[in-house]
Design a protein around this ligand. Structure first.
Ligand code: SER
Length: 319
């Protein structure tokens, strides 16, 4: 990775990954793109271009102009929004991906795009979900993610594009809010705990899902992209998880720091059905063995850091 194009650079992963990579690889070498411009650091701390990922020519031209050797394709709709707007999700998630893969093929770029725990479905074993297992998701997001994994493997085998991916769990971060995901509650709960000392969970008690704190996710992307290709038996995509919890457990952890915090429930049937179709815990053994995946943050450490970071940057707490 010497010169990198990032799509969706103002999103939840992109806004932190872009800055992290600018630190490591040099500001001028990370070309951030998004469909909109904001006054974020991402826009001001290095090259930034407006890009709609469904515009194949536009993507190719930006990649060629900056002579990138790597594409990190992040622009996508998350699960709950995709379920509300399935055709838009297909158009954006699959159209954007195939454009990014074509650009990578034509310009001989290394390629990364995230998959998700959403690539699994109700017929997948729910606990300790292995790397190689039945994947029959019942959501549009999941259909996009499995198709994306297959398409990335196809580009590797057919055209020799060095495609790599991670099946991310819910990502928790204090910098940029996720939008339209099923796991978003695990971020919102911190903001509400600080502001109002209460949170109404849209997922029911006992709904376990895998999660990861953003610093571990950024490390995982960079470590996978830097990994020796000869060690990779898998490519698209690796199971990675740092923790699994249900709403009661994260609430209890927050109560250790904010004793008055209370949580109640108002279940959203759409997001509950999505969460119920996903695993409780996935097994990251292949990622550990093939490229040394590791994490630093468990639920306790992540909660402490989230609360500390949000309290010390009140502007980051959503109004
Ligand atoms: N965080 C994502 C979502 O909830 C899962 O990949 O949609």
């Amino acid at each position: 990775m010497k010169k990198v194009l990032v799509t969706g650079a103002l999103g939840q992963i992109g806004s932190e990954l872009t800055l992290k990579m600018r630190e490591i690889y040099g500001s001028d070498n990370i070309i951030a793109t998004d469909i909109r411009r904001t006054d974020s650091d991402v826009v001001h701390s290095g090259p930034f271009e407006i890009l709609d990922v469904t515009d194949e020519k536009g993507m190719f031209n930006i990649a060629k102009k900056h002579e990138v050797d790597t594409i990190i394709h992040l622009a996508a709709l998350l699960s709950a929004t995709a379920e509300k707007k399935p055709l838009l999700a297909w158009h954006l998630n699959m159209g954007g991906l195939v454009n990014a893969l074509e650009t990578a093929r034509e310009l001989h770029c290394q390629f990364f795009t995230p998959s998700s725990i959403g690539a699994f479905g109700p017929s997948t074993p729910k606990n300790g979900t292995p790397q190689d297992v039945i994947q029959r998701p019942t959501t549009m997001y999941g259909v996009n993610k499995v198709s994306g994994e297959l398409l990335c493997d196809y580009y590797y085998h057919k055209f020799g594009v060095d495609t790599r991916g991670l099946r991310f769990p819910g990502l928790i971060s204090y910098v940029t809010l996720p939008g339209g995901g099923t796991t978003d509650y695990a971020v919102e709960i911190f903001h509400e705990a600080i502001k109002n000392k209460r949170y109404t969970s849209y997922l029911a008690k006992g709904t376990f899902m895998d999660m990861m704190y953003m610093p571990d996710a950024l490390y995982a992307i960079i470590a996978l992209m830097e990994a020796d290709a000869s060690k990779l038996k898998h490519r698209n995509s690796f199971n990675v998880s740092a923790m699994s919890f249900e709403p009661e457990q994260i609430a209890a952890e927050i109560q250790k720091h904010i004793p008055q915090f209370i949580m109640d429930y108002k279940v959203d049937p759409v997001r509950q059905a999505i969460a119920d179709s996903w695993p409780n815990t996935i097994d990251s053994t292949c990622a550990k063995e093939e490229w040394g995946f590791k994490t630093d943050f468990d639920l306790e450490k992540m909660t402490e850091d989230m609360l500390f970071k949000l309290r010390s940057n009140p502007l980051l707490v959503t109004a």
